[in-house]
Design a protein around this ligand. Sequence first.
Ligand code: ZN
Ligand code: MN
Length: 470
Amino acid sequence: MEVHAQLLTESKMFCACPTRFGDLPNTNVCPICLGMPGTLPVPNKKAVEHVIRTALALNCRIAPVAMFYRKNYFYPDLPKGYQISQYGEVHPIGTRGYLEIEVEGERLPVRIRRVHLEEDTGKLFHYLPGESEVDFNRAGAPLMEIVTDFPPDLHSAEAAKEYLVQLRAVLTYLGVCDGKMEEGSLRCEPNISVAPVGSTQLGVKTELKNLNSFRSVVRGIEFEIERQIKILESGGQVVQETRGWNEEGGYSFPMRTKEFEQDYRYFPEPDIVPIQITDEWLESLRATIPELPLQKADRYRKEYGLGATETRILTADIHTATYFEQCVALGIEPKTASNWITVELQARLNETNTDIRHSKLQPAHLADLIDLLRKGVISGRIAKELFDEVFQTGEMPSRIVQARGLVQISDEDALRAAARKVIADNPDVVAKYRAGKTSVLGFLVGQIMRETQGRANPQRASEILREELN
Ligand code: ZN
Ligand code: MN
């Protein structure tokens, strides 16, 4: 699995142009990133540090001296005619690491061959047949490439997805990449081959491109496995090539036959001095590595007694984990906080396609709401309604309760009056109850809730109702 991650830096890899997404085409460019003769690249230190930190988090060996190489090929989105990248087994920033993933409850280390730093290309737009335009805003933006080792540890589409989910989580925890697959800041290219069961010799591989969601990764790999098996079983041969993925049609198609390493004519980049990664620098960066997703998940299980599914949701990205930890810091019981976040909040964030960081319902709102509920000021039903309202408006729940008189009715006389009215209005049901069918009690309590617009304390209402009926 090859993954390209756009690094979160202000400026490009070898010049000072901004890396902002969505600006007008060809506005964030300069002679360096346009590849003008006579210009000289200067590496972006932040980008180097992002890659070192990622390599450390992925348990890699860090090169004492990292070097850049030129990867030569011609394509219209590559103004210099070569890409500055890293090469070989020694000079990439990180080599020979692993990432632990969880498949069906089991931990599996996926070996990483290398983590290296390079520059991105521009972007081509194909409007009409024979008519293409190029935007160089992305050209020269820092790009990190992470490649898994060979022979592969990933043996199914599901495991490949798990690997990506876990890797994306690690990158967002480190703050080195925003992980937005749909915007192209995280791009993956699985290499797929099949072999007869029990054989150690892998078949000819194909590489898939244009997979921009976890869903298309799974579908693409499954399609490719089926396609290769069909070819082989009918006596044909798989061609080593790069294939595109058509998401609507659900099929892959040939893009180009694969280049081989010698086609790129790699050689050391003569314009950039080798980068010495001292122990001191390394240790200062190691100190900045936060608690990672799987460690966090383990801690939530142990410390808070949370289940596997909820810890997975809570730790899938750093912002959800931070939100949860803020709730706990505000005194919300962890299990309660987890329930509200993984059920109610997640549902609304998904429905409205909102990032948790931009949620109007913040941990302080949730703490306030749970407090009202715990003290019996509001009923559970009102709490859910309030949750919706706060999610939309960002208003404090206790303020809404005060302004709107949503305070729960626990008052004896008011509840008794409501119970009597319900008994008078439902003679048939009451008759059933008195004939021994006590299961209708729930229906009658429901009527009291309706009578009071959901404000009755259900427990008290049920007690009083029973008294009145008896
Ligand atoms: Zn530039
Ligand atoms: Mn690359």
